[in-house]
Design a protein around this ligand. Sequence first.
Ligand code: CDP
Length: 224
Amino acid sequence: MILSMIIAIDGPAASGKSTVAREVAKRLGFKYIDTGAMYRAVTWKALRDKVDISSEDALTVLARHAEITISELEDTRYAVTIDGEDVTEAIREPKVSAAVSSVAKLPGVRATLVKKQQGYADIYPNMVVEGRDIGTAVFPDADIKIYLQALPGERAKRRQRELKEKGHRIEVVSVERDILKRDKTDSTRATGPLAKAADAYVVDTTEKTIGQVVQEIIGLAKKS
Ligand code: CDP
């Protein structure tokens, strides 16, 4: 019987983390935590309230006072709120994607959100947590660490498809440029950079279906 288990899923932008993490959480009956949504929600609020996006102090205060919720709706759909406002769709807008990495690199913002993320472990014994620094910094003792990767061209195609479904028509080259720029900022920052934990299991999703990747992770969870 599983008493308590944390599955950490990290990887670059649009590598399939969210889709896979949600499905794994659903099948195992675990709580799903999308840490990217937390950085996105803080960024959305800063942009909406015209907070100086380069001010670490202002953004840290915003993050500290923000009440962020990620709640399950049905069938692997999740709602995200910040201070009572539903931002599920708004946080995926291209303008939030363009600004989020410069907010997420600020040590004060990271320290605040990482603390909130670690606090979830006191409430939920079993979790699937996805992000950039989960296996390295947030939960370095996670039971299972996965690093998902895929070729940039494939990631750009997937993200373009998602954006199109939401009514944003953006050229695939431009989507690729954006995700590579974000990856660079995320992997070169001093605090909690995007990195594969030494003991992470690497899964390349370029030529795999969601079902195959989910199965692989569930197999690891059952073995552990
Ligand atoms: O879904 P996508 O791969 O585009 O990104 P996301 O998971 O929603 O994360 C958005 C951004 O939040 C990332 O590009 C990072 O800048 C930041 N992030 C982070 O710094 N640390 C995390 N644990 C998760 C996200």
